[in-house]
Ligand binder design. Structure first.
Ligand code: ADP
Length: 194
């Protein structure tokens, strides 16, 4: 199974990706996680991405496309994958299509988690306040200010992918505002009905 999860920050892509990983025995490929690992390890990619990510902006396409291309070649990705947070621009989607063609791999579909933006901002503000109250470490970009920039980046640069994948007849939309288990059930339903 080879899938893309599409949706704004805070929509629950990570949560659903984890479940798909268990269900299909595939790997979760999150460019956000990979970039945070690169920052922690102090690699050149990490150094390039650090400040951009903290602001809530997108790192350049060639950086993430390079990471994903390498990652797709790892043995554990052979059984399938769920892309979480990639592609995030039409340029990345085109690069991915090219990569998959080169590697002779076919995508099973793109699952869009549809959510209400106002509710998202409330979700993230609540999460931020709770974590701060508990004295937990929060991500550099998990504050309401950077979150607004991440939402704007989504609207401008990523939302056009809905149309892009609709045009390729690969888009399957699911209501992301429902309770977690219900969202999972709806994802199962659209995948079964394919
Ligand atoms: P979220 O989905 O909550 O925004 P992510 O962990 O997916 O969280 O992404 C965090 C940040 O990492 C993004 O705001 C961006 O700076 C960077 N990033 C992750 N994936 C990509 C990508 N495909 N293209 C460009 N930047 C990315």
């Amino acid at each position: 199974m080879r899938l893309i999860l599409l949706g704004p920050p805070g929509a629950g892509k990570g949560t659903q990706a984890t479940r798909l990983v268990e269900k299909y025995g595939i790997v979760q490929l999150s460019t956000g996680d990979m970039l945070r690992a690169a920052i922690a390890a102090g690699t050149p990619v990490g150094q390039k991405a650090k400040d951009i990510m903290a602001r809530g902006e997108l790192v350049p396409d060639d950086v993430v496309v390079g990471i994903i291309s390498d990652r797709l070649d790892e043995p554990d990705a052979k059984n399938g994958f769920v892309l979480d947070g990639f592609p995030r621009t039409v340029g990345q989607a085109e690069a991915l299509a090219h990569l998959l063609e080169q590697k002779d791999l076919k995508l099973d579909g793109v699952i869009e988690l549809k959510v209400d933006e106002g509710a998202l901002l409330k979700r993230i503000e609540g999460r931020f306040a709770e974590m701060q109250a508990r004295g937990e470490a929060v991500r550099d970009d998990d504050n309401p200010e950077a979150f607004k920039i991440r939402l704007t980046a989504y609207r401008k640069q990523t939302a056009p992918l809905v149309e892009y994948y609709t045009g390729k007849r690969q888009l399957m939309s699911v209501d992301g505002m429902a309770p977690i288990d219900e969202v999972s059930g709806n994802i199962d339903a659209v995948l079964d009905g394919k």
